[in-house]
Design a protein around this ligand. Sequence first.
Ligand SMILES: [Zn+2]
Length: 460
Amino acid sequence: MKIFNTLTGQKEGFRPLGDEVRMYVCGVTPYSECHIGHAMSYIIFDVARRYLEFRGHKVRYIQNFTDIDDKIIDRAATAGVPPQELAERQIAQYFSCMDALNIRRADAYPRATEEIPKIIEVIQGLIDKGHAYRTEDGSVYFRVKSDPDYGKLSHQDLDALQSGARVEVDAEKEHPLDFALWKAAKPGEPAWDSPWSKGRPGWHIECSAMSLKYLGEQIDIHGGGQDLIFPHHENEIAQSESFTGKEPFVRYWMHNGLLRLGEVKMSKSLGVLVTVHEVLERYTSDAVRLFILSSHYRSPLSFSDEGLEAAERGLERLQQAAGGGRNEDAGGKPPTIDVDAVRQAFIGAMDDDFNTAQAIGTLFDLAREINRARSEGVDVKPAQALLRDLAGVLGLTLAEREISLDAQPFIDLLVQVRTELRKEKQWKLADQVRSGLEELDIILEDTPKGTVWRKGRKQD
Ligand SMILES: [Zn+2]
């Protein structure tokens, strides 16, 4: 399989360093509700992980929480709560969002405030090797000039980066692009003891330290949004490679495209629909995943009601093919769908830098074949199992909406009555039953094996 590596700018054959794939994805700063941009990024890396496992790899997946930073301190002060309380609350909220989106949990979620000893060890190591220096106030900065290939991830040299970033000259720093590894605390801020001052870690050093502690000196995949390439990931490389003396710190740098909100024609309702919570009130998590995965992960994605509604309709087709006709026995004729060929087509798409859009195309082709075969009385069970299996690699549950257990026998009864009415050519009454059920979002389908019903997807 091939993965596009931001560092080299090309697709490269994937071979993990050891017997398990070591994967690190930058986590959130828990100061506000998770929004749909988070959903996009974490769904993409969730699928990368699921697919690697599907291909037989063992994956160790680590994601951090930046549970102390300026935004948390500001928000907590506004809300009148301690910063840690705010972070704790938002972390709980983060997990509930990600669980609802069927994003599998990481193997560990290290938090900045709980990894201070490791962070101090790495900073001290960088100072000892001449890669970092302490300033008068007790802060510590990374010395970008000490790293000859600084800028290699964003493919720019120091001068270009400096003019691009428009960094302010700071008398304390040797070079404008030098960045804080340790920030001396201002009065009233949360602070930890260190050899340099009471203070807290900078953002970038956290990921280097955690990656080192939880995954080792060199890892296979590091992921994040394209907005993290510079300065965050550039700085992670500088810190990690300067500290360990080993290159590369990361074999494959994966970056997802960014979400576009607001710039395209967007319905009024969607204009305010930004948080995951709000999106999930109106759309199923399967539909959100299908919508996001229908574009290539490196492309920007424009969020729209139309796109999500189309995803709901597409999902319905997949669900129907995978599970529809559950009241019906398998057809008598032997299976005709070449499941191996479908599986290979899916793998071919995903092996090409996780081309989920094309992979989803193979699922729809399969769904069409299932429907055709079923109408011809062919056994579609193996094909349905494959469809559910491959959908699962994309994290799609294909779960049908919950039907109240109490309602089920009554629906069955009405379906039976309608069948009897049809036998007696009471078409008008039979149609009345069908349309009545349809209004209640119960869809009937007449098949050669009899009438089956399913719950529709009407939003109510
Ligand atoms: Zn990071």
